[in-house]
Design a protein around this ligand. Structure first.
Ligand code: AMP
Ligand code: MN
Ligand code: MN
Length: 340
């Protein structure tokens, strides 16, 4: 298993250094993880808005495939995104969002070595502490939580643009405030964001409750072949299925439409752990793992070369489906079972 140094919440010195470095640089390349979600893009665009207001030139981007998920296409500032090929090869400042290791930057990962300063803003338990400056809090419900604090420390008020972007990160990463990482402070942050005047109802519908009609058939096919293994996960139960490139293509669906299948599969009452193996266009599988709290799937994902959080994690497999699931079964079996 990959060893990671112990994590702590950001210190006052780290916050001060982050504020100073953002003040020192007239230009910042911003980058989030490959195949970005609401927290990745939302956190990145929120800081982009705040920095632009201060006169900083911002270049927000993410790895190839440079496809913005339809659910995020309406976020304020989405037009600021710069294709990865147009970024400087060696920026003086790189800020990364929601990205626990440099390889998760995908085609942008060389920037983590070439940039003079690399500020890492993240909440993954598996964060490897790459980069030169860290705002990392594994207890934060979303990277958006850290970005709101940073915006406050930069002296920039929240407005509706920043509010919508941060809300996108918060509502998606907390599963609409249902997951265990949601605290009173999470709701207090949500209240501050709502006070900026955002239409949270329209945002949530677009982020979580909107699919092309063809998604119904694709998800239906994936659900119909879901298998329950009652003896899996040390007897706590494992449920899993797969999504197929050909089925997405047949329904005219973009690749990110497979991401929400795990939220349906994980509802199986008899299984503590859920897995969805998403077939990748170039071969191999991107695997989503979820736990209801009885198994540390983050540890399992790290053991499989991936990462994530204790109860939501993932990894990429180059094995076939049988080999991938054999690895999942073994890693989940060996994963720690946190106390209730
Ligand atoms: P997902 O299942 O794709 O929604 O991801 C769940 C969590 O695991 C997120 O925090 C991801 O950032 C993380 N994750 C997913 N895939 C990987 C991977 N291949 N390597 C590292 N972390 C991952
Ligand atoms: Mn993410
Ligand atoms: Mn996140």
């Amino acid at each position: 298993m990959t060893e990671h140094p112990p994590l702590t919440v950001p210190t006052e010195a780290e916050w001060d250094k982050a504020v100073a470095v953002l003040g020192d640089h007239p230009e910042a390349v911003l980058a989030c993880h490959v195949n970005p979600d609401g927290d990745a893009i939302g956190s990145m665009l929120a800081l982009a808005h705040a920095l632009m207001r201060r006169g900083t030139r911002v270049l927000p981007s993410f790895s190839e495939p440079f496809d913005v998920p339809a659910s995020l296409a309406g976020l304020p500032g989405i037009g600021l995104l710069v294709p990865p090929g147009q970024l400087p090869a060696a920026p003086s400042l790189l800020v990364t969002f929601d990205t626990g290791s440099a390889d998760r930057l995908g085609s942008l990962s060389p920037l983590a070595d070439s940039a003079a300063e690399v500020l890492v803003i993240d909440h993954h338990a598996s964060n490897t502490r790459y980069g030169t400056l860290h705002l990392v809090d594994p207890l934060a419900a979303a990277t958006a939580v850290l970005v709101e604090e940073l915006v406050r420390r930069l002296g920039e008020p929240l407005d509706a643009d920043i509010g919508a972007c941060l809300y996108a990160g918060l509502v998606t990463d907390t599963g609409s405030f249902r997951f265990a990482a949601t605290t009173p402070a999470t709701h207090e942050l949500a209240a501050r964001l709502l006070r900026t005047g955002i239409r949270h109802d329209l945002l949530a519908r677009q982020l979580l409750d909107t699919h092309p009609a063809g998604w119904l058939a694709m998800a239906g096919a994936a659900l119909s072949r879901a298998r329950l293994e009652p003896a899996g996960a040390g007897g706590l139960g494992l449920v899993w299925t797969d999504t197929r490139v050909a089925e997405l293509a047949a329904a005219g669906l973009a690749a990110d439409q497979a991401e929400s299948v795990i939220d349906l599969v994980r509802t199986a009452a008899e299984a503590e752990v859920a897995a969805v193996c998403k077939e990748l266009p170039g071969g191999g599988w991107s695997v989503s793992l979820r736990s209801k709290g009885g198994v540390d799937v983050g540890a399992a994902a790290v053991a499989l070369g991936g990462g994530g959080h204790r109860f939501a994690a993932g990894f990429t497999s180059t094995a076939d489906l049988d080999g991938t699931m054999a690895a999942v079964r073994a890693a989940v079996e060996a994963a720690p079972q946190p106390p209730p």
